[in-house]
Design a protein around this ligand. Structure first.
Ligand SMILES: [Zn+2]
Ligand SMILES: [Zn+2]
Length: 153
């Protein structure tokens, strides 16, 4: 077990997390099970590799910001998917157009590298493709109501 420094705990507290919540977000059962570094970085060799022991950790604020962005993306994704489900139910052009516009702006914001996206390719959620490979990615998992990075094909 690795005990977080008081500085790391203060940074987390300011962001609204307890050490236990932070640990659970990264798959640990709680604060006493944390296997990241004492500075709060998920990499257990952060100090000495990402920064010196005397310097503040730059990873932790970045990880917190990244987590918040994921949460915003999930919340916005739930709205897009709800609009899509609604459009499927009513079947009107107008509702379809609304869902399409919401999906486009969601993609622009959270997946700017996507070259195409679809609400209908998979019943599991929103999918997209980028120009690096031929993979279709499930980027919003409708069942879990969360963003995802699952390769579909
Ligand atoms: Zn780090
Ligand atoms: Zn660090």
């Amino acid at each position: 077990m690795t005990q977080l420094t008081s500085e790391a705990r203060a940074t987390l507290r300011n962001a609204g997390f307890t050490s236990s919540q932070w640990a659970r977000l990264h798959g640990y059962s709680g604060a006493t099970d944390w296997r990241g570094d004492v500075c709060g970085c998920t990499d257990d060799r952060c100090i000495g590799h990402h920064h010196d022991a005397t310097d503040a950790c730059g990873c932790l604020p970045a990880l917190i910001e990244d987590h918040r962005r994921q949460q915003r993306a999930s919340a916005a994704g739930r709205e897009v998917w709800a609009a899509h489900v609604h459009a499927t139910e009513t079947g009107t052009e107008e509702d379809r157009a609304t869902a399409g516009e919401l999906a486009s702006s969601w993609i622009t914001e959270y997946h700017p590298n996507a070259i195409s996206h679809s609400l209908t390719e998979s019943p599991k959620g929103i999918t997209c493709r980028n120009h690096w490979n031929e993979t279709t990615w499930l980027i919003f998992d409708a069942e879990r109501g969360q963003v995802s990075t699952e390769a579909m094909s």
